[in-house]
Design a protein around this ligand. Structure first.
Ligand code: SF4
Length: 464
């Protein structure tokens, strides 16, 4: 663990903005669409309601396990590139510490947990997801939405983030639960494809994992059940890709950052289940209907943006409103690919379940990809989803996401001439969210974008 440096006293929003080239004269500035002020925007809908039902049921099941009312075993695992299909095939329930703690942050209850871990010796600079999870354990795993069961197995899936290893090692030390790590080689090829040797290496570890899960549950693997689970993942992946393609329409029928997180909860916590399949059938139908009616999440879609980086969970609504007031809608986001990238064609394969799980872990999630692959992914979003700008939300906790984002901003702003804004806060720790400064930066950026549009329209002899 690193040294404790005390509370931060610096400005987390900094001066890293790379706005459009023109700096608008004050007289030419246009006011944002003040929808949030005049009439609050309601973001809830059918999909949100159904998600809430499913997530409540999921946490009720976890609580039953924790309280000894259910004999089911559980495994704690990480979101990015995991083998959840194997866990489900053994009727074990997956527990996702990241999802647990982000929900606590969204309820503005993360700080006491973070501070508990800091009292234990965690540095201010450590990932706040880890600290909140450790703090949650130290608080008896009692969360506002239910009780988290102590792990029967800590199943670390190491994909790109070395914090994962230390996190689960420390949990093993604290809780006494058995821990195992699946070692996933980082993608090293220029085309982003894993080598046959990499796939064989991961498949071999998955076979060893099957033996461990058999010993943990006292059952043997039902191959047909695994195939069905993988088939359900493929089906859900297909629908999720369909949903992602819908935001290529104008207006986008939903916000691919703020609304995607609602669907991601089900995609991650319930992937490989019939419930997830039914949820996504409803989501596809609902969002297609909205698209056919030309309905977007806002009264007017004025700007289409790509958002990079995780959201500031303790201030999600406030953060969203900062974009809403400018009529800005996210048409794509890298955060929604942390747990898997399906929009470019990958599907699990029930005929080759272990190999396809290995491929997913190796190459089909954001965290195990190279930075250049992330550039390519974002460039595709800008081009194919026809975005006007990129917003990079850099979070202090997550070096996996934020390291290199300054260069990323330079690359898109200068080399590709895409207006790009870099702002900073945190995904879990409310101490790093400076509302007024964030709002100023976002306002200045969209003012400049507005002016750029006016100038371009005037040059073309039209109106903005
Ligand atoms: S550093 Fe980032 S990827 Fe790693 S555990 Fe923390 S939030 Fe997750």
């Amino acid at each position: 663990m690193t040294e404790h440096h005390g509370a931060p006293d610096h400005d987390m929003t900094g001066h890293h903005e790379a706005p459009p080239r023109e700096s608008p004269p004050a007289a030419a500035r246009r006011a944002p669409v003040e929808t949030a002020k005049a009439e609050p925007v309601h973001y809830q809908g059918r999909v949100h309601e159904l998600q809430k039902e499913l997530m409540n049921a999921y946490y009720a099941e976890l609580t039953d396990i924790a309280k000894g009312r259910s004999p089911k075993k559980n495994a704690h695992l990480l979101i990015a590139g995991n083998p959840v299909e194997l866990v489900r095939a053994f009727d074990m329930v997956p527990v996702f510490p990241e999802v647990n703690v982000l929900q606590i942050a969204a309820r503005k209850a993360s700080l006491p947990l973070i501070q508990k871990a800091e009292e234990l010796g965690y540095a201010v600079d450590n990932c706040a997801y880890v600290k909140a999870d450790v703090g949650l354990y130290l608080s008896g795993y009692e969360a506002p939405y239910g009780t988290v069961p102590k792990a029967d197995l800590l199943l670390c899936n190491y994909v790109g983030c070395n914090v994962y290893l230390n996190w689960f090692e420390h949990l093993a030390e604290l809780t006494g639960a058995p821990a195992v790590n699946i070692d996933i080689p980082f993608i090293r090829s220029a085309d982003g494809e894993p080598s046959p040797q990499d796939i064989a290496y991961v498949v071999k570890q998955l076979e060893e994992l099957i033996g461990l899960l058999e010993r943990t549950t006292g059952t043997t693997l039902d191959w047909k059940k695994l195939q069905r689970t993988v088939e359900l993942s493929a089906y859900v992946g297909e629908m999720w890709a369909e949903i992602k393609a819908l935001t290529q329409l104008r207006p986008a029928p939903y916000d691919a950052y703020f609304d995607s997180v609602t669907m991601m909860a089900v995609l991650y916590c319930l992937r490989g289940t019939e419930e997830a399949a039914r949820f996504f059938e409803t989501a596809v139908a609902d969002l297609k209907e909205r698209a056919a009616l030309g309905k977007g999440p806002l009264p007017e879609e004025r700007f289409r943006v790509v958002i990079e980086g995780p959201p500031p969970w303790p201030f999600l609504r406030v953060f969203r409103d900062m974009f809403t007031r400018w009529g800005a809608v996210a048409v794509a986001s890298t955060y929604s690919t942390v747990g898997g990238i399906w929009e470019f064609g990958f599907r699990h394969d029930p005929q080759r379940p272990l190999e396809s799980i290995a491929r997913h872990m190796l190459a089909q999630n954001l965290c195990n990809r190279t930075f250049l692959q992330r550039y390519d992914q974002m460039a595709r979003y800008v081009d194919e989803w026809k975005a006007d700008a990129i917003v990079i939300h850099s979070v202090k906790s997550c070096r996996l996401f934020s390291a290199g984002q300054g260069d990323m901003r330079e690359y898109f702003a200068r080399e590709r001439e895409v207006p790009t804004l870099l702002i900073e806060s945190d995904l879990e720790d409310p101490r790093y969210f400076s509302q007024a400064q964030l709002r100023n930066r976002i306002d200045a950026f969209f003012e400049a974008l507005t002016q750029r549009r006016i100038t371009a329209a005037a040059a073309a002899g039209g109106v903005a």
